[in-house]
Structure formats: structure tokens, C-alpha cells
Design a protein around this ligand. Sequence first.
Ligand code: FES
Length: 136
Amino acid sequence: MDDESRIADLDAVPADSTLLFTVRDGFDEREAVLTRTDDGDAVAYENYCQHWTDVRLDKGSGAARRDGELVCGKHGALFAVDTGTCTHGPCEGATLQSVEVTVDGDGVYLTDDDYEFVQTGSAMEYDLSSDRSLGF
Ligand code: FES
């Protein structure tokens, strides 16, 4: 594991919400979210609902979690934390795009060859009135 792929301290990854970070996928920057599994490990997914894929689960202050599932605030879809699969809602059966991460010691590292780590938080600017990104 190298420092450039270190996303965050494991202690900083919430079990009741998400930690937002930004990755690069080729020329595109995309948002992803980290959260804890019930066994204390960490998992990550791209930060986009599978119902309307321009809707972010975490708008910058953490996505809601309820009974081990991530909640999309737009229409209430529920995604199982362990698998990313929508268990209830308008995209039931669809799965969040997984981002491979690895816990090593006290850190969580991006270990997915499809992405490069950019930063914690969002690298994008949003028009908060429309929920859509500006440009990029
Ligand atoms: S946009 Fe997420 S449930 Fe509709």
C-alpha cells in the first residue's frame, strides 16, 4: 500500500453514514463513498443512485444509513452495505458500482485498478438548487 492510494484512517469511516471521496476514472472524476460493514471492514461504491444515476447518495455531509443499508434521499431506495444491491425501491435488484478498497493497519486504501485516488471530499462544484454538477 502506498500513501497516494490511502483514502482515510479506518477510524474516520463512519458505520452510520458515509465518507465522500473523489476518484479519477480515465479522464473523468467521479465521487465515491466509503462506509463500514457490520464486521468493521470498509466498502466503497460510486456515489450515484442506480435509479437516477445523476443523484448522489452523499451530498457532502454523509449519506443516510438505516439498518445496514444506504438510503437514497430522493425516492428512498435502500442499498445493502455489504453488496451494494438495492433491496427496496424503484431500482430494486440493481447494484451500486463497486470501488475496491482494502483495509491495511489503521488505513483504508484504494486498490481498484480502474480508479486513481484524487482526494477526500468532492472535487466537483454543484448547483445546489438542481442537484446536478456544473460542467466537467
Ligand atoms: S434517485 Fe435514488 S431512489 Fe430515485
